[in-house]
Design a binder for this molecule. Structure first.
Ligand SMILES: Cc1cc2nc3c(=O)[nH]c(=O)nc-3n(C[C@H](O)[C@H](O)[C@H](O)COP(=O)(O)OP(=O)(O)OC[C@H]3O[C@@H](n4cnc5c(N)ncnc54)[C@H](O)[C@@H]3O)c2cc1C
Length: 501
């Protein structure tokens, strides 16, 4: 009899079930899926995330029909016992250390290589081995472009350069409240979503399961068909303006030209290859400019692959590094997504987006939420856990490097060459969030002192010694000596440390 194949809730696309020459699943192989309630009991997830994951799993089970044994159990261990007894199963390499440990500890489970990424782990190990010291994203990205012949013209990058960042850092168009692009794909809920919503209500009511964030109509694809529609709509109507405005932020247009594909990629509904190939095709057909194609390919074939590889490369202890010695607890307003308690317009706006949708784009994550946590010295483990639970696309492998390394600089610079944080001037330049705010990005003391501007100087001062050894930060640190009111800024920030900004 064929060995059944177990798929996790982030292995939902067809590429997790197609034959791949590894003695894994073939056509018609029986499939096992386990919905483990303990996952939701252990951590307080955003309700929209819980809804999306359960909806996607149940939709996949419905598609697989009689081929799947779908078990609702307390734990994975119990679920597997109920599904196959002690019989052998295969499973693709899971996406977290905890899940990998689990599958390796279960007798009869054979772990196949990971799927759903462009670069195999051994290929990365080969590349990293040749680099010796620093594993820079830019080097990795160029290597992937060449190896996978992505956006290349022979030996040369399309458009004459690998890096179109210079064209992809535009502030929002002057005076615009929204980008002039058709909106993103929106799914329509069905009976499976209604059943999921009922279950979540019941778990909250009767079983003490707790969520954070607001429930609302599902905004992200739960099926392969929906995910393909979202990808098609993005490439056809929105990708052209993705490049220039990928770093810009508008209060009234949270999505702008972003793809909203992260949750579909991370659920395994889409393969990254089909996303970047779609972008390249659109460029070759003359439908989109090269800087937009490159900007998107950089995100998917560069950053996403890089983060996946670093998660494994840095090892399991990486999540606990704390180079800056940050130990402050997350304040309640942040933990509870209580945007209405916040005065600073940027933070209130972004926190409300997270509360209402479980998503906000890259720059609000990095330069509003993450930067504030960094400036205030919050414990990076707690910040990582918060991001993981509150975002629809949050999974261990993607959150740990993005938060610990990129956003909190807790690894002391293994992943990035400098901490990502700024004063209010950057946010003012790249967004419309400072207009109408009670604070002023140009003021660092007094009642209108911007928490980001004052927080930036207080952060630089706190880590002056460490940061002055970083060539990219030296000038900023030297700027501290030119501030006539530094003592006043520091006193004020100490006083404001426990206040809601
Ligand atoms: C603090 C912080 C936490 C983050 N947490 C997550 C997370 O849990 N899950 C997640 O998928 N992304 C995460 N990101 C990366 C990025 O912010 C999101 O992928 C992106 O905002 C998702 O929206 P989108 O699909 O519209 O992306 P787009 O802007 O349209 O980008 C296209 C795709 O590129 C990929 N991508 C881009 N940057 C990254 C990155 N740094 N890491 C991984 N993939 C990337 C995503 O798959 C995304 O869908 C995080 C970034 C930061 C700074």
């Amino acid at each position: 009899m064929t060995t059944p194949h177990w798929i996790f809730g982030d292995q939902l696309g067809p590429h997790f079930l197609t034959p791949a020459g590894d003695d894994g699943p073939g056509r018609g192989t029986p499939v096992v899926m386990i919905e483990a309630r303990s996952v939701f009991r252990r951590r307080r997830f955003h309700r929209a995330k819980a809804h999306l994951v359960l909806s996607a799993m149940r939709h996949r089970a419905a598609e697989l029909g009689g081929r799947v044994t779908y078990v609702r159990a307390e734990t994975y261990r119990e679920g597997l016992r109920r599904a196959v007894g002690g019989a052998p199963v295969t499973v693709c390499h899971p996406t977290s250390y905890a899940a990998l440990r689990l599958v390796r500890s279960l007798s009869g489970v054979r772990v196949l290589p990971a799927r759903g990424f462009l670069v195999a782990r051994e290929e990365f190990a080969g590349w990293a081995g040749e680099r010796g010291g620093r594993l820079l994203h830019e080097d990795f990205y160029r290597w992937v472009r060449r190896e996978h012949d992505l956006l290349m013209e022979g030996d040369h990058p399309a458009g004459g350069r690998f890096d179109h960042d210079h064209a992809n850092r535009e502030p929002p168009p002057g005076g615009a409240r929204r980008l002039d692009v058709p909106g993103p794909y929106r799914p329509r809920e069905d009976d499976i979503d209604a059943e999921v919503r009922d279950d979540l209500d019941r778990w909250e009511r009767e079983e003490g399961v707790r969520f954070v964030g607001r429930d609302g109509p599902r905004r992200f694809p739960a099926t392969r068909r929906e995910a393909l529609s979202a990808l098609r709509r993005f490439v056809r109507h929105r990708l052209a303006s993705f490049g220039p405005y990928e770093d810009a932020v508008l209060a009234g247009d949270p999505v702008m030209s972003h793809s909203l594909l992260s949750s579909s990629l991370n659920l395994g509904l889409l393969h990254p290859a089909e996303c970047v190939e779609g972008a390249e095709r659109a460029w070759r057909q003359g439908a989109i400019p090269v800087n937009s194609a490159e900007g998107f390919v950089r995100q998917v074939a560069g950053w996403r692959e890089y983060v996946w590889q670093l998660y494994w490369h840095f090892g399991e202890d990486y999540r606990h590094v704390n180079a800056l010695g940050h130990t402050e607890e997350l304040p309640d307003y942040f933990a509870e997504l209580d945007a209405d308690a916040v005065t600073a317009r940027c933070l209130a706006t972004v926190l409300a987006q997270v509360r209402d949708t479980g998503w906000t784009h890259h720059i609000p994550r990095l330069m509003v939420l993450g930067s504030h946590a960094l400036q205030r010295g919050w414990d990076p483990v707690a910040v990582t856990d918060w991001f993981h639970r509150c975002f629809v696309d949050g999974y261990d492998w993607v959150m740990v490097p993005n938060v610990v390394g990129m956003s909190q600089y807790a690894d002391g610079g293994r992943m990035t060459t400098k901490p990502y944080t700024s004063g209010g001037a950057y946010l003012h330049r790249m967004s419309d969030l400072c207009g109408g705010c009670a604070y002023r990005p140009t003021e660092r003391t007094g009642p209108r002192a911007c928490p980001y501007t004052a927080g930036y100087w207080a952060f630089l001062h706190r880590h002056r010694r460490l940061l002055s050894g970083n060539a990219r930060m030296r000038r900023a640190v030297q700027g501290l000596d030119r501030l006539g009111d530094l003592d006043e800024v520091l006193r004020q920030e100490r006083r404001r440390a426990g206040e809601v900004p």
